[in-house]
Ligand binder design. Structure first.
Ligand SMILES: [Zn+2]
Ligand SMILES: [Zn+2]
Length: 327
């Protein structure tokens, strides 16, 4: 197999030939059909997340076809198309797993971070954490659903039932979640970097009722805001944009520091929360809903060998929607 491997933090991935591995107990091996590029991959490469496995094959939005099945695997067969998301393994026994919060497991493994991921021609996964995908939809368009979609979905659920939503940062996750929110009968306000009229127009083309700069005040107070961009300075801005009792959800795994802010913008029972990882139930729920909504995922495909270019383009905001690698 071939893979784009991160051998040292803050250095380019290297195309590497590796021996084919056989799946162990409870594992499957897939031939990778497509793998999305997520902002978390940038945080991994940049060394912003604690304790990565090194060397590591990044990538946790894997669409693959099973070509080998290890001992003990039930309910999955060779030939089946599956998705392999960020949550790669949990212990199943810690206090969080036992309270149905496996996203907070004390001993987890994360795909593309602490176990090898999908920037490769093949990948091995714990079968219990793989998601059956069926055959509807193209491999490339499904890949971004597996993180941008799934963790975005979890963020949207945690944001509550409010009708007026604000999305700070309108990239892969927000462009998917905007379609979900509109389908649910809610309105979406899109906040981008100041002057990014291109992305504002993109948000409006997807049905956003308003689009502007993250420093702008929306035309009406929001019920909830979700911050997708990894920018701590957006937290006070979003708190100012939500109504009394409103909620601000930080959807990313990493953020720059949050500047001090006056208590008055949190007061009146505004809430500030974060979202961490996903549960398998999030995956099952969202993948059942996605085809009903008819989500159109805007993708920019790159060959696997150009993974470094895809990451650089994501960092610079050079494409709309999501980048996807194909082997
Ligand atoms: Zn656990
Ligand atoms: Zn991700």
């Amino acid at each position: 197999m071939h893979a784009m491997v991160l051998k040292k933090l803050k250095s380019p991935l290297e195309m590497t030939e590796l021996p084919d591995r056989q799946p162990g107990a409870n594992e499957i091996r897939v031939q990778v059909l497509a793998c999305g590029v997520c902002r978390t991959d940038l945080h991994v490469v940049d060394g912003e997340l604690p304790d990565p496995k090194l060397p590591i094959i990044p990538g946790h939005e894997i669409v693959g076809r099973i070509d080998a099945v290890g001992a003990g695997v039930t309910g999955m067969q060779v030939g089946e198309r599956v998705g392999i998301p960020w949550l790669g393994h949990t212990d199943g026994t810690c206090a969080y797993c036992l309270m149905q919060r496996e996203n907070l497991c004390d001993h987890p493994l994360f795909t593309g971070f602490t176990r090898d991921g999908g920037y490769a021609t093949a990948a091995i996964a714990d079968a219990r954490f793989a998601l059956p995908l069926g055959e509807a939809g193209s491999d490339v368009s499904i890949a971004p659903l597996l993180c941008a979609g799934l963790i975005g979905w979890r963020s949207l659920v945690i944001a509550g039932e409010g009708k007026k939503l604000g999305f700070y940062g309108f990239g892969a996750a927000a462009h998917i979640l905007a379609q979900v929110a509109l389908w649910q009968g809610r309105s979406v306000h899109a906040f981008t970097r100041a002057g990014d009229t291109h992305t504002q127009a993109f948000a409006k083309s997807l049905g956003a009722v308003w689009a502007g700069s993250s420093e702008d005040t929306p035309p009406e107070p929001l019920d909830a805001a979700i911050i997708f961009a990894p920018v701590g300075a957006l937290v006070p801005q979003a708190l100012k944009a939500v109504r009394k009792g409103g909620r601000v959800v930080c959807a990313g795994i990493h953020m720059s520091g949050i500047p001090a802010f006056p208590y008055s913008i949190l007061w009146e029972e505004r809430e500030l929360l974060s979202v961490a990882n996903l549960t398998r139930k999030d995956g099952v729920d969202f993948l059942k809903l996605a085809p009903q909504i008819g989500i159109q995922v805007k993708t920019t495909p790159y060959p696997l060998a150009h993974a470094n270019q895809a990451l650089a383009d994501l960092r610079a905001g050079r494409f709309e929607g999501a980048a996807v690698l194909t082997p």
